[in-house]
Design a binder for this molecule. Structure first.
Ligand SMILES: *Cc1c(COP(=O)(O)O)cnc(C)c1O
Length: 455
Protein backbone atom coordinates (compact mmCIF):
# COMPACT_ATOMS: atom_id res chain seq x y z
CA UNK A 1 0.00 0.00 0.00
CA UNK A 2 1.21 3.49 -0.84
CA UNK A 3 0.51 4.93 2.59
CA UNK A 4 2.24 2.20 4.54
CA UNK A 5 4.78 3.74 6.88
CA UNK A 6 8.29 2.70 6.22
CA UNK A 7 9.82 3.69 9.52
CA UNK A 8 8.95 3.00 13.12
CA UNK A 9 8.19 5.78 15.58
CA UNK A 10 11.33 4.89 17.52
CA UNK A 11 13.48 5.24 14.39
CA UNK A 12 12.02 8.64 13.55
CA UNK A 13 12.38 9.86 17.13
CA UNK A 14 15.98 8.69 17.19
CA UNK A 15 16.82 10.48 13.97
CA UNK A 16 15.05 13.61 15.10
CA UNK A 17 17.23 13.73 18.19
CA UNK A 18 20.31 12.93 16.16
CA UNK A 19 19.84 15.32 13.24
CA UNK A 20 17.25 18.04 13.89
CA UNK A 21 17.92 21.26 15.81
CA UNK A 22 14.51 22.63 16.81
CA UNK A 23 13.63 26.35 16.86
CA UNK A 24 13.19 28.19 20.18
CA UNK A 25 13.98 24.92 21.94
CA UNK A 26 16.42 23.99 24.68
CA UNK A 27 17.69 20.88 22.98
CA UNK A 28 18.92 19.37 26.25
CA UNK A 29 15.31 19.24 27.48
CA UNK A 30 14.18 18.02 24.08
CA UNK A 31 16.65 15.13 24.08
CA UNK A 32 15.40 13.99 27.49
CA UNK A 33 11.94 13.29 26.04
CA UNK A 34 10.55 11.35 23.11
CA UNK A 35 9.07 13.79 20.62
CA UNK A 36 5.61 13.40 19.14
CA UNK A 37 6.16 12.81 15.43
CA UNK A 38 3.41 14.27 13.27
CA UNK A 39 2.67 12.39 10.08
CA UNK A 40 -0.79 13.62 9.09
CA UNK A 41 -3.36 16.32 9.61
CA UNK A 42 -7.14 16.33 9.38
CA UNK A 43 -9.11 19.52 9.93
CA UNK A 44 -8.01 20.97 13.26
CA UNK A 45 -6.26 17.75 14.25
CA UNK A 46 -2.66 16.63 14.09
CA UNK A 47 -2.08 12.87 13.90
CA UNK A 48 1.15 11.32 15.11
CA UNK A 49 3.10 8.27 13.99
CA UNK A 50 1.18 6.10 16.46
CA UNK A 51 -2.18 7.32 15.19
CA UNK A 52 -2.82 9.54 18.25
CA UNK A 53 -4.75 12.74 17.59
CA UNK A 54 -4.01 16.19 18.99
CA UNK A 55 -6.10 19.29 18.54
CA UNK A 56 -3.83 21.89 16.94
CA UNK A 57 -4.25 24.60 19.58
CA UNK A 58 -1.68 26.94 18.05
CA UNK A 59 -2.79 26.52 14.43
CA UNK A 60 0.70 25.22 13.61
CA UNK A 61 2.42 28.37 14.80
CA UNK A 62 -0.52 30.69 14.04
CA UNK A 63 -0.65 29.87 10.34
CA UNK A 64 -3.54 27.49 9.86
CA UNK A 65 -6.86 28.90 8.71
CA UNK A 66 -9.13 26.29 7.08
CA UNK A 67 -7.77 23.21 8.81
CA UNK A 68 -5.14 20.73 7.72
CA UNK A 69 -5.19 18.78 4.49
CA UNK A 70 -8.09 20.84 3.19
CA UNK A 71 -9.54 19.31 0.01
CA UNK A 72 -10.00 22.64 -1.75
CA UNK A 73 -6.52 23.93 -0.94
CA UNK A 74 -4.99 20.58 -1.85
CA UNK A 75 -6.71 20.80 -5.21
CA UNK A 76 -5.51 24.37 -5.82
CA UNK A 77 -1.98 23.30 -4.97
CA UNK A 78 -2.10 20.23 -7.22
CA UNK A 79 -3.59 22.18 -10.10
CA UNK A 80 -0.89 24.80 -9.90
CA UNK A 81 1.82 22.14 -9.55
CA UNK A 82 0.59 20.60 -12.78
CA UNK A 83 1.22 23.97 -14.52
CA UNK A 84 4.42 25.33 -12.98
CA UNK A 85 6.03 25.14 -9.56
CA UNK A 86 8.16 28.24 -9.64
CA UNK A 87 9.38 30.97 -11.92
CA UNK A 88 11.12 34.13 -10.81
CA UNK A 89 9.70 37.64 -10.41
CA UNK A 90 13.14 39.05 -11.19
CA UNK A 91 12.63 39.83 -14.85
CA UNK A 92 9.33 37.96 -15.29
CA UNK A 93 5.75 38.31 -14.17
CA UNK A 94 3.72 35.34 -12.96
CA UNK A 95 0.02 34.62 -13.31
CA UNK A 96 -0.63 33.66 -9.69
CA UNK A 97 1.39 36.49 -8.12
CA UNK A 98 -0.48 38.99 -10.29
CA UNK A 99 -3.88 37.65 -9.32
CA UNK A 100 -3.02 37.46 -5.63
CA UNK A 101 -1.59 41.00 -5.53
CA UNK A 102 -4.75 42.33 -7.16
CA UNK A 103 -6.89 40.50 -4.63
CA UNK A 104 -4.80 41.63 -1.66
CA UNK A 105 -5.11 45.26 -2.70
CA UNK A 106 -8.88 44.79 -2.96
CA UNK A 107 -9.19 43.54 0.61
CA UNK A 108 -6.41 45.54 2.28
CA UNK A 109 -7.00 48.75 4.25
CA UNK A 110 -7.60 51.66 1.89
CA UNK A 111 -4.52 53.28 0.46
CA UNK A 112 -2.34 50.18 0.26
CA UNK A 113 -1.92 49.71 -3.48
CA UNK A 114 1.32 47.80 -4.08
CA UNK A 115 2.35 44.30 -3.05
CA UNK A 116 5.96 43.25 -2.50
CA UNK A 117 6.36 39.52 -1.91
CA UNK A 118 8.75 37.62 0.33
CA UNK A 119 8.48 34.35 2.20
CA UNK A 120 8.11 34.84 5.95
CA UNK A 121 7.00 37.30 8.57
CA UNK A 122 10.49 38.48 9.47
CA UNK A 123 11.32 39.36 5.88
CA UNK A 124 7.94 41.02 5.38
CA UNK A 125 8.73 43.35 8.30
CA UNK A 126 12.32 43.84 7.22
CA UNK A 127 11.18 44.79 3.73
CA UNK A 128 8.88 47.36 5.36
CA UNK A 129 11.76 48.87 7.35
CA UNK A 130 14.03 49.09 4.31
CA UNK A 131 11.23 50.54 2.21
CA UNK A 132 10.47 53.18 4.85
CA UNK A 133 14.10 54.19 5.20
CA UNK A 134 14.79 54.35 1.48
CA UNK A 135 11.58 56.32 1.02
CA UNK A 136 12.96 59.01 3.32
CA UNK A 137 16.27 58.91 1.42
CA UNK A 138 14.37 59.54 -1.80
CA UNK A 139 12.53 62.40 -0.13
CA UNK A 140 15.88 63.98 0.76
CA UNK A 141 15.89 63.01 4.46
CA UNK A 142 18.46 60.21 4.86
CA UNK A 143 18.85 61.23 8.51
CA UNK A 144 15.41 59.70 9.15
CA UNK A 145 16.78 56.25 9.87
CA UNK A 146 15.43 55.43 13.31
CA UNK A 147 12.34 53.39 14.19
CA UNK A 148 10.12 53.57 17.21
CA UNK A 149 8.56 50.32 18.45
CA UNK A 150 6.82 48.93 21.49
CA UNK A 151 8.11 47.12 24.52
CA UNK A 152 7.21 43.38 24.20
CA UNK A 153 7.11 43.75 20.41
CA UNK A 154 7.83 40.74 18.25
CA UNK A 155 8.48 41.19 14.56
CA UNK A 156 10.63 38.19 13.69
CA UNK A 157 14.07 36.73 14.12
CA UNK A 158 16.29 38.17 11.42
CA UNK A 159 18.69 40.91 12.52
CA UNK A 160 16.51 43.69 11.16
CA UNK A 161 13.24 42.39 12.53
CA UNK A 162 14.88 41.59 15.89
CA UNK A 163 16.11 45.16 16.04
CA UNK A 164 12.52 46.35 16.25
CA UNK A 165 11.70 43.60 18.77
CA UNK A 166 11.20 44.18 22.47
CA UNK A 167 11.32 40.79 24.18
CA UNK A 168 14.56 40.68 26.18
CA UNK A 169 14.65 36.88 26.57
CA UNK A 170 14.73 36.49 22.77
CA UNK A 171 16.57 39.60 21.73
CA UNK A 172 19.06 40.73 24.37
CA UNK A 173 21.69 38.08 23.57
CA UNK A 174 21.99 39.57 20.11
CA UNK A 175 22.04 43.18 21.31
CA UNK A 176 25.48 43.97 19.86
CA UNK A 177 24.29 42.89 16.40
CA UNK A 178 21.13 44.97 16.35
CA UNK A 179 20.54 48.55 15.22
CA UNK A 180 19.28 51.08 17.71
CA UNK A 181 15.56 51.73 18.03
CA UNK A 182 13.38 53.72 20.39
CA UNK A 183 11.25 51.75 22.79
CA UNK A 184 7.80 53.05 23.68
CA UNK A 185 5.76 51.61 26.56
CA UNK A 186 3.44 48.78 25.59
CA UNK A 187 -0.23 49.07 26.54
CA UNK A 188 0.03 45.97 28.75
CA UNK A 189 -2.88 46.96 30.94
CA UNK A 190 -2.61 44.09 33.44
CA UNK A 191 0.90 45.27 34.24
CA UNK A 192 0.45 48.94 33.47
CA UNK A 193 3.72 50.83 33.71
CA UNK A 194 1.81 53.87 34.89
CA UNK A 195 -0.04 52.05 37.65
CA UNK A 196 -3.47 52.54 36.10
CA UNK A 197 -4.46 49.02 36.98
CA UNK A 198 -7.80 47.72 35.66
CA UNK A 199 -8.84 51.08 34.35
CA UNK A 200 -9.52 51.13 30.66
CA UNK A 201 -10.59 54.78 30.91
CA UNK A 202 -7.11 55.59 32.02
CA UNK A 203 -6.46 58.42 29.58
CA UNK A 204 -3.75 56.24 28.09
CA UNK A 205 -0.58 57.75 29.55
CA UNK A 206 1.28 55.24 27.31
CA UNK A 207 0.13 57.33 24.33
CA UNK A 208 1.28 60.54 26.00
CA UNK A 209 4.66 58.96 26.57
CA UNK A 210 4.76 57.83 22.94
CA UNK A 211 4.09 61.38 21.80
CA UNK A 212 6.91 62.64 24.01
CA UNK A 213 9.32 60.09 22.51
CA UNK A 214 8.24 60.99 18.98
CA UNK A 215 8.75 64.71 19.65
CA UNK A 216 12.19 64.14 21.20
CA UNK A 217 13.39 62.09 18.23
CA UNK A 218 11.42 63.63 15.43
CA UNK A 219 14.32 64.63 13.22
CA UNK A 220 15.67 61.10 13.08
CA UNK A 221 12.46 59.05 12.96
CA UNK A 222 11.65 57.00 9.86
CA UNK A 223 8.57 55.31 11.24
CA UNK A 224 6.75 53.43 13.93
CA UNK A 225 6.38 49.66 13.80
CA UNK A 226 3.47 48.05 15.62
CA UNK A 227 1.46 44.84 15.85
CA UNK A 228 -2.05 46.31 15.60
CA UNK A 229 -4.60 45.60 18.35
CA UNK A 230 -2.75 42.55 19.68
CA UNK A 231 0.90 42.02 20.54
CA UNK A 232 1.16 38.30 19.89
CA UNK A 233 4.45 36.78 20.98
CA UNK A 234 4.79 39.37 23.76
CA UNK A 235 2.00 37.49 25.56
CA UNK A 236 -1.24 38.12 23.63
CA UNK A 237 -1.38 41.69 24.88
CA UNK A 238 -4.62 43.29 23.77
CA UNK A 239 -4.49 47.02 23.18
CA UNK A 240 -7.26 49.10 24.77
CA UNK A 241 -9.88 50.63 22.50
CA UNK A 242 -8.61 53.79 20.89
CA UNK A 243 -4.94 53.04 21.42
CA UNK A 244 -4.12 52.09 17.83
CA UNK A 245 -6.14 55.01 16.52
CA UNK A 246 -4.11 57.23 18.83
CA UNK A 247 -0.85 55.81 17.50
CA UNK A 248 -2.00 56.33 13.95
CA UNK A 249 -2.99 59.94 14.69
CA UNK A 250 0.41 60.67 16.23
CA UNK A 251 2.15 59.22 13.15
CA UNK A 252 0.00 61.42 10.97
CA UNK A 253 0.51 64.59 13.03
CA UNK A 254 4.29 64.17 13.19
CA UNK A 255 4.69 62.84 9.67
CA UNK A 256 6.27 59.50 10.46
CA UNK A 257 5.42 56.32 8.60
CA UNK A 258 3.12 53.79 10.25
CA UNK A 259 4.22 50.22 9.61
CA UNK A 260 1.68 47.68 10.86
CA UNK A 261 2.79 44.10 11.35
CA UNK A 262 -0.31 41.98 10.67
CA UNK A 263 1.70 38.78 10.41
CA UNK A 264 -0.21 37.25 13.36
CA UNK A 265 -3.43 39.31 13.28
CA UNK A 266 -4.07 39.34 9.53
CA UNK A 267 -6.54 37.14 7.66
CA UNK A 268 -9.44 36.91 10.02
CA UNK A 269 -7.79 36.17 13.33
CA UNK A 270 -9.46 39.09 15.14
CA UNK A 271 -12.84 38.69 13.41
CA UNK A 272 -12.10 41.07 10.55
CA UNK A 273 -9.67 40.59 7.68
CA UNK A 274 -6.99 42.91 9.12
CA UNK A 275 -6.86 44.05 12.74
CA UNK A 276 -6.35 47.73 11.91
CA UNK A 277 -9.88 47.74 10.43
CA UNK A 278 -11.17 47.71 14.03
CA UNK A 279 -10.04 51.30 14.41
CA UNK A 280 -10.19 52.35 10.77
CA UNK A 281 -6.47 52.79 10.69
CA UNK A 282 -4.71 53.14 7.36
CA UNK A 283 -1.06 52.20 7.60
CA UNK A 284 1.58 53.36 5.13
CA UNK A 285 3.10 49.90 5.06
CA UNK A 286 1.62 46.57 6.16
CA UNK A 287 3.39 43.24 6.62
CA UNK A 288 1.46 39.97 6.30
CA UNK A 289 2.46 36.33 6.30
CA UNK A 290 1.30 33.54 8.64
CA UNK A 291 -2.39 33.21 7.67
CA UNK A 292 -1.83 34.46 4.13
CA UNK A 293 -1.19 31.02 2.72
CA UNK A 294 -3.57 29.35 5.21
CA UNK A 295 -0.70 27.41 6.76
CA UNK A 296 0.31 25.66 3.54
CA UNK A 297 3.52 27.24 2.30
CA UNK A 298 5.90 30.02 3.34
CA UNK A 299 4.57 33.20 1.77
CA UNK A 300 4.64 36.83 2.87
CA UNK A 301 3.86 40.23 1.50
CA UNK A 302 4.58 43.83 2.34
CA UNK A 303 1.93 46.23 1.10
CA UNK A 304 2.68 49.90 0.54
CA UNK A 305 0.86 53.07 -0.46
CA UNK A 306 1.21 54.71 -3.84
CA UNK A 307 2.96 57.62 -2.13
CA UNK A 308 5.78 55.31 -1.05
CA UNK A 309 5.92 53.42 -4.33
CA UNK A 310 6.07 56.61 -6.41
CA UNK A 311 9.13 57.84 -4.50
CA UNK A 312 11.08 54.87 -5.88
CA UNK A 313 10.39 55.76 -9.53
CA UNK A 314 13.08 57.51 -11.51
CA UNK A 315 15.70 57.12 -14.17
CA UNK A 316 17.71 53.88 -13.81
CA UNK A 317 20.88 55.87 -13.16
CA UNK A 318 19.31 57.67 -10.18
CA UNK A 319 19.49 54.41 -8.21
CA UNK A 320 16.01 54.81 -6.79
CA UNK A 321 15.36 51.09 -7.29
CA UNK A 322 14.30 49.09 -4.25
CA UNK A 323 17.27 46.75 -4.10
CA UNK A 324 15.71 43.88 -2.23
CA UNK A 325 14.36 40.49 -3.25
CA UNK A 326 14.24 36.85 -2.29
CA UNK A 327 14.77 33.84 -4.49
CA UNK A 328 11.28 32.42 -3.99
CA UNK A 329 9.49 35.76 -4.26
CA UNK A 330 5.90 35.32 -5.44
CA UNK A 331 6.08 31.54 -5.63
CA UNK A 332 3.18 30.34 -7.83
CA UNK A 333 2.25 27.33 -5.68
CA UNK A 334 1.97 29.49 -2.58
CA UNK A 335 0.13 32.27 -4.39
CA UNK A 336 -2.39 29.82 -5.88
CA UNK A 337 -3.16 28.38 -2.44
CA UNK A 338 -3.44 31.88 -0.93
CA UNK A 339 -5.91 32.89 -3.63
CA UNK A 340 -8.05 29.83 -3.04
CA UNK A 341 -7.87 30.45 0.70
CA UNK A 342 -9.29 33.95 0.23
CA UNK A 343 -12.16 32.48 -1.80
CA UNK A 344 -12.85 29.99 0.99
CA UNK A 345 -13.23 32.86 3.47
CA UNK A 346 -16.29 33.87 1.47
CA UNK A 347 -17.60 30.45 0.53
CA UNK A 348 -17.44 29.23 4.12
CA UNK A 349 -18.52 32.56 5.69
CA UNK A 350 -15.43 32.16 7.80
CA UNK A 351 -15.38 35.61 9.41
CA UNK A 352 -18.91 35.07 10.73
CA UNK A 353 -17.85 31.72 12.14
CA UNK A 354 -14.80 33.33 13.76
CA UNK A 355 -17.03 35.87 15.47
CA UNK A 356 -19.35 33.11 16.73
CA UNK A 357 -16.43 31.10 18.05
CA UNK A 358 -14.94 34.26 19.61
CA UNK A 359 -18.09 34.78 21.67
CA UNK A 360 -17.99 31.17 22.74
CA UNK A 361 -14.32 31.58 23.71
CA UNK A 362 -15.13 34.73 25.65
CA UNK A 363 -17.61 32.84 27.80
CA UNK A 364 -15.10 30.07 28.47
CA UNK A 365 -12.47 32.60 29.43
CA UNK A 366 -14.77 34.19 32.01
CA UNK A 367 -14.78 30.82 33.74
CA UNK A 368 -11.02 30.40 33.46
CA UNK A 369 -10.47 33.87 34.93
CA UNK A 370 -11.87 32.59 38.23
CA UNK A 371 -9.16 29.96 38.68
CA UNK A 372 -6.82 30.88 41.54
CA UNK A 373 -3.70 30.78 39.35
CA UNK A 374 -5.14 32.82 36.49
CA UNK A 375 -4.15 36.46 36.79
CA UNK A 376 -5.41 37.80 33.48
CA UNK A 377 -7.25 36.57 30.42
CA UNK A 378 -6.82 38.52 27.20
CA UNK A 379 -8.67 37.86 24.00
CA UNK A 380 -9.13 39.34 20.60
CA UNK A 381 -11.16 37.23 18.21
CA UNK A 382 -9.73 33.73 18.07
CA UNK A 383 -6.49 34.68 19.77
CA UNK A 384 -6.22 34.54 23.52
CA UNK A 385 -3.71 34.37 26.35
CA UNK A 386 -4.26 33.12 29.87
CA UNK A 387 -1.60 34.59 32.15
CA UNK A 388 -0.77 32.44 35.15
CA UNK A 389 0.41 34.11 38.34
CA UNK A 390 1.93 32.85 41.57
CA UNK A 391 -0.17 35.29 43.59
CA UNK A 392 -3.45 36.56 42.23
CA UNK A 393 -3.66 39.43 44.75
CA UNK A 394 -0.22 40.92 44.17
CA UNK A 395 0.00 39.75 40.53
CA UNK A 396 3.38 38.26 41.34
CA UNK A 397 4.48 36.28 38.29
CA UNK A 398 5.79 32.76 38.38
CA UNK A 399 9.57 32.86 38.08
CA UNK A 400 10.31 31.98 34.45
CA UNK A 401 12.61 29.16 35.53
CA UNK A 402 9.54 27.36 36.86
CA UNK A 403 8.41 26.81 33.25
CA UNK A 404 4.80 26.96 34.41
CA UNK A 405 3.47 27.56 30.89
CA UNK A 406 5.44 24.64 29.51
CA UNK A 407 4.18 22.40 32.33
CA UNK A 408 0.55 23.27 31.56
CA UNK A 409 1.02 22.53 27.87
CA UNK A 410 2.75 19.24 28.60
CA UNK A 411 -0.19 18.26 30.79
CA UNK A 412 -2.72 19.38 28.16
CA UNK A 413 -1.07 17.12 25.64
CA UNK A 414 -2.18 14.11 27.70
CA UNK A 415 -5.76 15.20 26.99
CA UNK A 416 -5.12 15.41 23.25
CA UNK A 417 -4.44 19.14 23.00
CA UNK A 418 -1.27 20.55 21.48
CA UNK A 419 -0.42 24.00 22.72
CA UNK A 420 2.66 26.12 23.27
CA UNK A 421 2.98 28.82 25.89
CA UNK A 422 4.49 32.28 25.78
CA UNK A 423 6.32 32.36 29.10
CA UNK A 424 3.66 32.19 31.82
CA UNK A 425 0.88 32.77 29.35
CA UNK A 426 -1.05 29.83 27.91
CA UNK A 427 -1.90 30.54 24.29
CA UNK A 428 -5.22 29.80 22.60
CA UNK A 429 -4.84 30.22 18.85
CA UNK A 430 -6.69 27.45 16.97
CA UNK A 431 -7.29 27.17 13.23
CA UNK A 432 -10.05 29.64 12.31
CA UNK A 433 -12.21 26.76 11.07
CA UNK A 434 -12.43 25.20 14.54
CA UNK A 435 -15.93 23.89 15.35
CA UNK A 436 -17.91 24.72 18.49
CA UNK A 437 -17.34 21.22 19.87
CA UNK A 438 -13.64 21.36 19.18
CA UNK A 439 -13.36 24.72 20.92
CA UNK A 440 -15.16 23.29 23.98
CA UNK A 441 -12.75 20.37 23.91
CA UNK A 442 -9.79 22.71 23.67
CA UNK A 443 -10.70 24.99 26.56
CA UNK A 444 -11.66 22.02 28.69
CA UNK A 445 -8.14 20.68 28.13
CA UNK A 446 -6.56 24.01 29.03
CA UNK A 447 -8.65 24.29 32.18
CA UNK A 448 -7.90 20.76 33.37
CA UNK A 449 -4.20 21.21 32.71
CA UNK A 450 -4.04 24.53 34.59
CA UNK A 451 -5.83 22.98 37.57
CA UNK A 452 -3.55 19.95 37.68
CA UNK A 453 -0.35 21.98 37.44
CA UNK A 454 -1.25 24.86 39.77
CA UNK A 455 -3.55 23.44 42.44
C1 LIG B 1 5.51 35.25 13.70
C2 LIG B 1 5.61 36.71 13.58
C3 LIG B 1 6.62 37.30 12.82
C4 LIG B 1 7.72 36.51 12.18
O1 LIG B 1 7.27 35.65 11.21
P1 LIG B 1 8.23 34.45 10.71
O2 LIG B 1 7.48 33.85 9.59
O3 LIG B 1 8.38 33.53 11.88
O4 LIG B 1 9.51 35.05 10.31
C5 LIG B 1 6.59 38.67 12.68
N1 LIG B 1 5.64 39.42 13.26
C6 LIG B 1 4.66 38.88 14.01
C7 LIG B 1 3.62 39.77 14.60
C8 LIG B 1 4.62 37.51 14.20
O5 LIG B 1 3.66 36.97 14.99
Amino acid sequence: MKNKRQFTTAQLQGWDKEFVWHPFTQMQDWLADDPVVIVKGEGCWLIDSEGKRYLDGVASMWTNVHGHCNTELNRALAEQASKIEHSTLLGLAGEQSILLAKRLVEIAPAGLRKVFYSDNGSTAVEVGLKMAYQYHCHKGSPEKSCFIRLQHAYHGDTIGSMSVGGIPIYHSTFGPLLFKTIEAPAPYCYRCLFGRIDNYDCGMPCLTELEKLIKENLGSLAGMVIEPMLQGAGGMLVQPKGYLKGVSKLCEIYGILLITDEVATGFGRTGVMFACEHEEVRPDIMAVSKGLCAGYLPLAATLATDEIYQAFLGDYSELRTFFHGHTFTGNPLACAVALRSLELFKENRLLEAVNDRSLQLKNHLKRLANLPAVGDVRQYGLAAGVELVKDKETREPYPWEEKIGIKVCTEARKFGLFSRPLGNTVVIFPPLSITADELDFMIDGVERAIKIVTE
